[in-house]
Design a protein around this ligand. Structure first.
Ligand SMILES: [Cu+2]
Length: 200
């Protein structure tokens, strides 16, 4: 259902952008025609080609930039190769991962429960398991205050805002235990709500 909604949104954007480009092209042709007509009625001192180049150069630059922006938008959009969807809800001070049929509550492993060699304040009592190379669609929100879901090694960061859903893609580009933390000061125990993902 979410994928259908996203496809609907992006299809609408695509149509609007095609309309925009068509309008720019149409106006460019009209302007070239007008300049040509005006220039032909001026007897001396004007060069039609200079006028055309002067007019067309910025137009071409704008069209190229517009096409580049559209390509970047569509090559990086969330509809490509999504393997799975997971919801993440931030709470003071734990995470709730929503999988297909169940939720898991992810808390910090307290220092007194850590084992020798464990990393301090980044271990969690549960982790989710994702395949290496997979692309996960994360729908993020918060239950109380603003949190921020961050996994630096994957370049993944988004704010979790109560009442809103922020959607990002998480690409598991490497294997191992990938650590992150809440990156928005969210209360007394802000520094104690780590994230860990097991990528295999
Ligand atoms: Cu937080």
């Amino acid at each position: 259902m979410l994928m259908l909604s996203l496809l609907g949104i992006y299809s609408t954007h695509l149509v609007l952008e095609v309309v925009n480009i068509s309008i720019i092209a149409y106006l460019s042709v009209i302007m070239i025609g007008l300049v040509t007509v005006v220039v032909h009625h001026i007897p001396l001192g004007m060069n039609v080609w200079v006028e055309v180049i002067w007019l067309m150069s910025p137009t071409c630059i704008m069209v190229v930039l517009l096409l580049r922006a559209i390509m970047i938008q569509y090559y990086s959009d969330e509809c490509i190769m999504i393997m799975d969807g997971i919801t993440v809800v931030g709470n003071q001070w734990f995470w709730v991962w929503g999988l297909d049929v169940e939720s898991i509550y992810v808390y910090l492993i307290r220092e007194r429960a850590s084992l020798l060699g464990d990393l301090r304040i980044v271990g969690t009592i549960q982790s989710i398991l994702i395949p290496v190379g997979s692309t996960i669609l994360l729908t993020c929100s918060a239950a109380d205050v603003i949190h921020s879901f961050t996994i630096p090694v994957l370049g993944c960061k988004t704010d979790l805002v109560p009442g809103r859903s922020n959607v990002i893609t998480l690409v598991a580009s490497m294997s191992g235990i990938l650590y992150g933390q809440c990156s928005e000061i969210c209360g007394t125990l802000h520094g104690f709500m780590p994230i860990s993902i097991l990528s295999v």
